[in-house]
Design a protein around this ligand. Structure first.
Ligand SMILES: NC(=O)c1ccc[n+]([C@@H]2O[C@H](COP(=O)([O-])OP(=O)(O)OC[C@H]3O[C@@H](n4cnc5c(N)ncnc54)[C@H](O)[C@@H]3O)[C@@H](O)[C@H]2O)c1
Length: 304
């Protein structure tokens, strides 16, 4: 298995470490700043004997090195600064993602592409259009991360193990994300029976703002441990063909009554990418929030 990661910044390099040190795949780390990519790759390689894996990693600025990748992950692009929304990144990151997509199409035409660059849903749409790959092979990482943030906060509030909490967050990776309360359970019990509306609303707000909270604390850059964990989980599902259902940003062609956008929905992932888009029955309130989120994504796509 070969995984190439475009962008050797905070998310890309941390993801490279996860992929390499899990022993899952040989890894290519590519960046426009080729020496940074090369330096980080050497550093990761040198940890190999200590960690105990036999995988290879190269750092480069040369796209011919991504040839025959099974999976390519796009993390190239600017992260948010304090006070910025993800949507404000669109002008700069669209140019970068166009360039990256063109190179993936040329050098790794049979790869599955996972998009991480923000604004996530619009960048996933752009990658799909620019590569011309099928929708089963191009999708974005976000819902998994938003759901994980929600779970961490609920578990912390109720002092229960995180493994006892299940939930899903659909919609956009932005202010209009849609936590599915009808599918949020703690040890099988509906969360609304365990937390007051006031506490639950506060947790949802903190989940929504979690990225900004981290950006504010870091001062420079945005979250990368949890985003790289999300991307790694998707790579693992594909590489091992687990058939797991994860929330990813996928192009819809009639599912959920929507067409022509990428948005977070549950998808069964396997060796060929998206094997099935799962259409959940949503409550009226969730449906309304989901369509509002879709409108927000449409607005971003129109800016491309
Ligand atoms: N989907 C999510 O949930 C999620 C979570 C966190 C971050 N992100 C996004 O991921 C992206 C990367 O974040 P980061 O923290 O790693 O940023 P970073 O600044 O640390 O790294 C970005 C890297 O991209 C490189 N780059 C820029 N233009 C390039 C090009 N044309 N070709 C190749 N490489 C290029 C830069 O040199 C830099 O090394 C940002 O857009 C950020 O908003 C998304």
């Amino acid at each position: 298995m070969k995984v190439s990661i475009i962008g050797a910044g905070a998310v890309g390099a941390t993801l490279a470490q996860r992929v390499l040190e899990s022993g899952l795949a040989d890894t290519v780390l590519l960046d426009i700043l080729k020496n940074i990519a090369a330096g980080k790759a050497l550093d990761l390689l040198d940890a190999g004997p200590i960690v105990g894996h036999e995988r290879s990693i190269i750092g480069t600025g040369d796209y011919s090195r991504i040839a025959s990748s099974d999976i390519v992950v796009i993390t190239a692009g600017l992260p948010r600064k304090p006070g910025m929304t993800r949507e404000e990144l669109i002008a700069k990151n669209a140019g970068i993602v166009r360039d990256v997509s063109k190179n993936i199409k040329q050098y790794a035409p049979s790869a599955i592409v996972i998009v991480v660059t923000n604004p996530l849903d619009a960048m996933t749409y752009l990658t799909l259009k620019e590569t011309g790959f099928s929708r089963e092979k191009v999708f974005g990482m976000a819902g998994l991360l938003d759901g994980s943030r929600f779970i961490a906060l609920i578990a912390d509030e109720l002092k229960v193990p995180r493994a006892k909490v299940e939930t899903m967050i659909l919609g956009s990776h932005g202010d209009t994300m849609v936590p599915l309360l009808s599918r949020t359970r703690v040890s099988g019990k509906p969360v609304e029976k365990l937390l007051s509306k006031e506490r639950l609303d506060a947790i949802i707000k903190r989940t929504r703002d979690r990225g900004a909270e981290i950006v504010g604390l870091l001062g420079t850059g945005s979250a990368y441990y949890s985003p790289s964990a999300g991307a790694f989980k998707m790579i693992e599902a594909i590489a091992k063909g687990t058939g797991e259902t994860l929330v990813v940003s996928s192009y819809l062609d009639g599912e959920y009554g929507l067409k022509g956008i990428c948005i977070g929905v549950p998808c069964k992932l396997g060796r060929n990418g998206i094997e099935k888009i799962i259409e959940l029955k949503l409550t009226e309130e969730e449906k309304e929030a989901f369509y509002k989120s879709a409108q927000a994504i449409k607005g971003s796509i129109e800016l491309l």
